[in-house]
Ligand binder design. Structure first.
Ligand code: SF4
Length: 243
């Protein structure tokens, strides 16, 4: 577990990410808060690319709660079968549309508890909607942000809620609005799950992760002698066994 980053390091961390991406945006395609709720609900355990491919066909047919209800569970399912957990997601999208229509006149509420009460909407989805559609300074923690926060020392925690609370507390106010996007994009493209690309990371000197990952060619070169050493040891063992 890396040491928690200092306030000064956190400030510099966000300053550099913001300089690299001044206006970060969600990669999910949407044109209204309702489309965003649906897209984020569909994105659980699925990639944004797969969700966009489905919603590009779904939203021209149904982009309001009433139209989604009219399409029905079977109809929605036809559009989202390429996405994981599509059966449940189709049911949830129609059920949440019904609640939006019955309780909020079809308007997406700007309130975390009300959003979280919708079927298929957890804290992460609610926080994304509040942040992206309504400009609230929330930090929705997905798998990328959870990893980056724990790995770097930015905000360690055992659960996504713990990490979210810590990040909100430790992120300077000026960066709160876009922190979610900066961290997601940083985790998706640089601080990757399997091999963080520390050698080309703009915040490497601020992050607590050790040892830093070397570039592929240096890792390859460093691995060779090891392999050779292993081979020599193996040959010696074989020779000993044979004698
Ligand atoms: S230095 Fe490595 S571990 Fe740290 S943030 Fe950058 S990519 Fe991630």
């Amino acid at each position: 577990m890396p040491r928690p980053m200092t306030r000064a390091s956190i400030e510099a961390f966000y300053a550099r990410l913001s300089a690299a991406m001044p206006e970060p945006e969600t990669e999910l395609e949407y044109a209204s808060p309702y489309e965003l709720v649906v897209a984020v609900a569909l994105s659980a355990q699925a990639t944004d690319v797969s969700v966009n491919a489905a919603t590009r066909k779904l939203f021209p047919i149904a982009n309001t709660p009433q139209a989604m209800i009219d399409l029905g569970v079977e109809g929605v399912a036809e559009f989202i079968k390429t996405i994981g957990l599509w059966r449940n997601k189709a049911k949830n999208v129609v059920a949440l549309s019904q609640i939006l229509l019955d309780e909020y006149d079809g308007v997406v509420p700007e309130d975390r508890d009300k959003l979280q009460a919708l079927p298929g909407v957890g804290r992460k989805t609610a926080d994304v909607v509040l942040n992206v559609a309504f400009g609230h300074p929330t930090i929705a923690v997905d798998t990328h942000i959870f990893r980056v926060a724990n790995r770097t020392g930015l905000g360690a925690g055992k659960t996504t809620d713990q990490v979210s609370d810590k990040l909100v507390k430790r992120t300077p106010e000026a960066y709160l609005q876009h922190a979610h996007h900066w961290l997601i994009l940083h985790g998706r493209y640089v601080c990757k799950a399997r091999t963080p690309e520390c050698w080309r990371c703009e915040v490497a000197d601020l992050c607590g992760f050790k040892p830093k990952t070397l570039p592929p060619e240096e890792r390859k070169a460093a691995a060779k002698p090891k392999t050779k050493k292993k081979a020599v040891k193996k040959a010696a063992r074989t020779k000993k066994a044979a004698s």
